[in-house]
Ligand binder design. Sequence first.
Ligand code: PLP
Length: 371
Amino acid sequence: MGLDPATRAVHAGERRVSGAPSAPAIHLAATYLSAGDPAELPYAYGRHGNPTWEALEAALGELEEATALVFASGQAASFALVAALTEERPRVLFPHDGYYGTRALARMLERRGVEPAVVDLTDLGAVERELARGAAAIWAETPTNPFLRVQDLGALARLARRAGARLVVDNTTATSALQRPLELGADATVTSLTKAAAGHADVVLGSISTRDAALLERLRAWRTHAGGIAGPVEAWIALRGLRTLPLRIGRQSETALALAQRLERDPRARRVHYPGLAGACLELARAQMPRGFGPLLSFEVEGGAAAAEAVVRGSRLIRPGTSFGGVESSWERRARWKGEDAPEGLIRLSVGIEDGADLARDLDMALAALG
Ligand code: PLP
């Protein structure tokens, strides 16, 4: 049945058998009764499997028509994915402007034999040249955090395939409700569920989805033996949030587009970054994200760090703070994080589900701090 994502999110992974509870139980078990060969048992030890994670994995997997694995955080998932991808070949192409934590992880793993190559993934010629030097994978992230640049996943998948490499996509900013990388040729997606997927700023969790059975087995082994497992309570909370993801992110995307357009007209804001604004990447963004452009935008203000901090402190509704995708709008001056390459005056705004007119008034009031 060709169901709408909003319908699929409500029912994904549900067990339609008589007596099945509407929400899964939270299994707080480190051990399970077991004797004999553990490989033949559904559960034996808590680091190997848990029915509450599996309820979340069933739903996540169904939404992407793939198999999903959940991890302790987005970073735990990214670590397992880099580790699994580089078992045979060490080189991975990372985007030059994506989440700085991914580049930090890649640099740490460089001391362990991984060879990260940082490339502008919107420059397909540069990607092709880097692939010619041999690579295990391209690590795409689109739209990027915090510049919201859009990479062409179909083109990257073709280049990767021709070079015998894999394409993996960090789908955190868009989520599977807005963007389906596996359908565009990607081999795996990695998502920080901490953000819009769980959506209420109350859990830290990550996931990987893939249709590649061999990669899945390697990822499962990395999770089991490196130990980056999800807590069952967190998995339960994330599944509850996932049920409303399309509803939330649809509204967030509408309001984010309206606020980005408003900021573009405001002389106090410089260089507004949002995939839905008129510009070089709009056509690609529309094709890749036909249901909306996501909750995240960024813009710069004149006056550097002090001016941007004054704006962030000047709001009454938009919460000063990091992360994104939650029901509550939040923002921060991005360069306050050591390791982030953003300009001093760049503010990243995550649009929540509040009324758009209320948010526009709050934004206006905060920008008044610029005088
Ligand atoms: N990927 C992206 C694009 C992110 O923005 C983040 C966190 O901000 C992560 C991955 C890491 O996720 P987590 O904080 O859940 O470890």
